[in-house]
Design a protein around this ligand. Structure first.
Ligand code: ATP
Ligand code: MG
Length: 422
């Protein structure tokens, strides 16, 4: 066992008021019952960087049943292989995990007793040094087994242990590496970078669901544009979405990044749930789709009708979705197609003689379509006026007392943003 480096309260700048009082309560109670319990992972990293963490994970020496004993009915044990405790505070959940060791003997049956570990082992099983820190909020000490404080100060991402082994063990860590780089703008240490280059092809061996989930979370993060640039320059994007590459590297490439940048702007301004996944994924495909449709319209005598537009969207998705990684869940794919098709209700390819078909406002698809139009109008100033008209009509409808479609009540902007300016 190695001794950790300890940082006492005057050696760091954690602002304890950023810590969730319920997480504090959980840690205090566990410690009162004689267990070790710390704040761990991304939460400590964010606190050290002065950012309010999204969630506060707790690790403890108490076994799941012991945690259950301390918290009683508040506590729900979940998971089969590694049971976790969820402590409920109203709608909020604080996740409590027992210290465990690295799970490298794949295929070997893990008997519960040999899965648990010491605090040191629990730190060493984590991915990057900045994610491997423990914090005891009661004496305000940071416990560093991995050199994470130094690497955070150096603004550098470093794998815990040999990156060749750690990336082979779980290739999703390579995507997580780029996620943290995009989010914090940190450097990647040389050995970790070399391992990414050597092992990038392993990404296709990993779970599609986990890869897609990390990508979706990054689309929502407000840093999607830099994340996609990193995915592209590392070559990971070529493996995950090979058929998006010709577009990303072609004429539409910069437009796609511009869409992502505007989406990032909105997420950062209005909160991370301002734009839903169908709109965010549409940012990747709409620039390609619009260009194709405009070309098709230019060579057609009649205005394209919605049936043709629908066929074109399906064809494009079919072309791009060629690996199991690029196959979005069915429902997401359907909603994304709808958002793209509906753009041509909002901005017809050929302006209609009788003006807009305002009834579209009544549709439950309208608010999402309006949000993508907002992004388009940030990039194409000539769309600003049309966007304003639709927005005004939408507001008018709400003022008349008609309920806007569920989930999209624009007059509760704090709850959910539905495309308007605030
Ligand atoms: P975010 O702020 O995006 O939630 P995070 O670092 O908290 O980032 P989580 O997915 O919430 O990421 O994971 C919590 C912690 O679990 C991480 O900080 C890290 O210590 C550990 N962890 C997560 N994924 C892995 C992985 N694939 N391999 C090793 N450790 C991991
Ligand atoms: Mg987290």
């Amino acid at each position: 066992m190695h001794e950790p480096v300890l940082y006492s309260p005057h050696a760091h700048h954690i602002d304890a008021s950023l810590i969730d009082p319920d997480a504090l309560e959980v840690i205090r109670k566990l410690q009162d019952h004689g267990h070790a319990a710390y704040l761990v992972g991304g939460g400590v990293r964010d606190l050290l960087s002065g950012v309010t963490p999204k969630d506060f994970d707790v690790s403890t020496s108490a076994r799941p049943e012991e945690v259950k004993k301390v918290f009683g009915r508040r506590c729900l044990l979940i998971g089969r292989r590694f049971r976790l405790a969820h402590i409920r505070f109203g709608k909020k959940v604080i996740e409590v995990a027992t210290f465990r060791r690295r799970d490298s003997d794949e295929g070997e049956l893990i008997v519960e007793d040999n899965a648990w570990g010491t605090p040191e082992e629990d730190a060493l099983r984590r991915d990057f040094t900045l994610n491997g820190l423990f914090y005891n909020p009661l004496d305000e000490t940071i416990i560093d087994f991995v050199g994470g404080v130094r690497d955070l100060e150096r603004r550098t991402l470093v794998s815990i242990g040999d990156p060749l082994i750690r990336f082979r063990e779980d290739p999703v860590r390579m995507i997580r590496l780029l996620k943290f780089k995009a989010r914090f703008g940190f450097l990647i240490d040389d050995e970790t970078e070399r391992a990414l280059n050597t092992l990038k092809e392993d990404i296709i061996k990993s779970s599609e669901a986990r890869v897609l989930e990390e990508i979706m979370r990054m689309l929502e993060s407000g840093h999607s544009s830099s994340f996609f640039r990193l995915l592209q320059s590392s070559g990971l994007l070529h493996l995950i979405f090979p058929h998006l590459i010709p577009f990303m590297e072609g004429e539409e490439g910069e437009t796609i990044f511009a869409y992502l940048s505007k989406a990032d702007l909105i997420q950062n301004q209005f909160g991370k749930s301002a734009l839903e996944r169908p709109i965010l994924t549409a940012c990747l495909l709409f620039p390609i789709f619009e260009k194709e449709l405009k070309a098709a319209q230019a060579s057609s005598e009649q205005p394209l009708h919605l049936g043709e537009i629908t066929l074109a969207v399906h064809k494009l998705i079919h072309e791009v979705v060629t690996t199991s990684f690029s196959r979005f869940p069915k429902r997401l794919s359907a909603l994304m197609s709808q958002v793209m098709i509906n753009q041509f209700r909002l901005t017809p390819l050929i302006p209609k003689k009788g003006g807009f078909k305002w009834r579209f406002i009544e549709s439950r698809d309208f608010p999402d379509a309006l949000k993508l139009l907002k992004i388009r109008s940030l990039l194409q100033p000539e769309l600003k006026e049309i966007y304003a008209k639709w927005m005004e009509a939408f507001k008018e409808k709400a003022h008349k007392g008609e309920r806007a479609p569920r989930q999209h009540q624009w007059h509760h902007p704090k709850k959910k943003w539905s495309g308007g300016n605030r």
